[in-house]
Design a protein around this ligand. Sequence first.
Ligand SMILES: Nc1ncnc2c1ncn2[C@@H]1O[C@H](COP(=O)(O)OP(=O)(O)OP(=O)(O)O)[C@@H](O)[C@H]1O
Length: 413
Amino acid sequence: MLNEKQRAALDAVKGGENVFVTGPAGVGKSLLIRKVLEWAEGLHMPVHVTATTGVAAAIVDGTTLHAWGGIGLGERDARWYAKKLRGRGGWAYARYRQTKLLVIDELSMADVTYMAKLEHVARLVRRDSRPFGGIQLMLLGDFYQLGPVQKGRRPQFIFDSELWEKLVSKTIHLTEVYRQADPQFVDLLQRVRVGDVGDDLSQIIRSSTEHSLVNDAGVEPTVLYCRNVDVDRANKAELSRLPGEAAEFKAVDFFASRAAQQLHGGNFTLPATLQLKIGAQVMLLRNLDQDAKLVNGSRGVVEALGSGCVTVRFAAGTTRVIEAHEQHIGGTPQKRLASRKQIPLRLAYALTIHKSQGLSIDVLDIDLRGCFAHGQAYVALSRATAFKATRIKNFTKGAVIVDEAVASFYANH
Ligand SMILES: Nc1ncnc2c1ncn2[C@@H]1O[C@H](COP(=O)(O)OP(=O)(O)OP(=O)(O)O)[C@@H](O)[C@H]1O
């Protein structure tokens, strides 16, 4: 059952508004997307669900916004893309023409320049001068979570651009947090979210290092790190500790052209090579069975290795044979543009905080050493479902970084 604010958001979408749905982590933004889809399916309304990153897209069973847009990184002039899309006809063109409602999840990570280019291309392709060429938008995200990745620079948030007023006609704040049941933990997270971390709170957070994390069905907690190097090191070290030779699964890639390869080759969420041993801790990379709680982010332990399949005992209690899955980027099932076939698993001893945005993680070990980005500590902590099942190492007040622009956006909206 949707709560009042979730219903208001759904009604605003039904009423044709360009809605921005925001609020803390775990308030049901992703759930709302599923409700919008159910409504739109009943009307046979063409809706496209996208997210700003591949990981976030997999959580809501959508594609990346880049795959929807079909303009690569958008480095050229909007007119050039519009001409090319029109001239080629094809699916990218049809997507622009047919989409009535475009859902964009994890908007906080949207790149402003890219979004402005996409909006302009949509107007040109659809020959419609309204914002986004008249495509209705449902935008979701929390700007207190991670922002766009811009090396060495302060992130530029989309709400700070001229585009914002054009894109959003209504903002709805969801406030009821569902991911965590304990009100004290919810309050702790709210304070970390806005950077209100005093000595009292720091002490409580540091006391979490004494929590003994219970293993659910023999699955070790996943450690969230700030940096890729720490994640790779931890995953390799843990795998090498297991006895025996690792089995290697190589992905089978398909690209319709060299351009498709250059554009999409690095965008798959499935790994190019996957090394596993019996006993290895893994994470599922696709939504396999919602009812059995086998979703993107579900963790388990490898029980058996077959040829082209892996048996995993999941923390939720189920054991499943996981077979290769084909991930498509761009194109359509009839006309592939880029695809990768691979077992949808990755080693899950460790994960970067950036890759965890959007996930719920039941038993969580966090190492905040080297925290460098706005929202990073909050994203890590808010993945947890219970404080007692969370351990936070290397916490300092300095790890909680809040961009002033975000604070003033929420003060004014
Ligand atoms: N109205 C509701 N009643 C009961 N449970 C709900 C409701 N809305 C959401 N939930 C549950 O709360 C949990 C968190 O929801 P969801 O993942 O959609 O949050 P989110 O806002 O997208 O989080 P994040 O910002 O971290 O991506 C999910 O398990 C979801 O099923």
